[in-house]
Design a protein around this ligand. Sequence first.
Ligand code: SF4
Ligand code: SF4
Length: 181
Amino acid sequence: MLPFLKIMVKNLLAGPSTDPFPFAPAHTPKRFRGRACHDKEKCILCGICRHVCAAGAIQLRVTEDGMAVHWVLWHNSCVFCGLCAHHCPTKALTMSDDWHMTHRGEERFDQREVSFVPYGQCSQCGARIHPRPESVVQQLGSRYPERFMMCPVCKRQELARRVTPAKPSITTGESDERDSA
Ligand code: SF4
Ligand code: SF4
């Protein structure tokens, strides 16, 4: 009987070893993957997140005027694999540690992450281009900032102008001889 009492007193002094949730926050491990968060300021609308999402939880829908995209992630379909965040080239997607997903049945269609991401404009012709967030311009476009903000057509024309040598002026044989004399 005595050993049992010893253990009981020891455990009483140690206090509870479980989280008192929901009366206090539960312990969340550092690498826990909760609901995904989208930062529209960093998104370049590459669509990789939608491509890698096996659950089909991410949709990119171009608006009717074609000038922006509705980026949507359905939390009810997401399986928290983290692939979208892993492959997002600009770190616009991150996995939070928020696992509080309880909701009423009628709220199921509100369980989503929605961003409205406008397209950018070509600095030359004004055509629609994928957005170039400031963080991406600093990271990738600092070498050729003027070309970085162009659409593919204007970029090709600009490059062609640079590499094409100026046409030689038409000269007569006489002047050629004079030049070589
Ligand atoms: S969230 Fe990331 S992967 Fe998805 S479209 Fe935006 S930049 Fe691309
Ligand atoms: S965490 Fe996985 S399932 Fe959820 S949206 Fe990202 S890729 Fe899809």
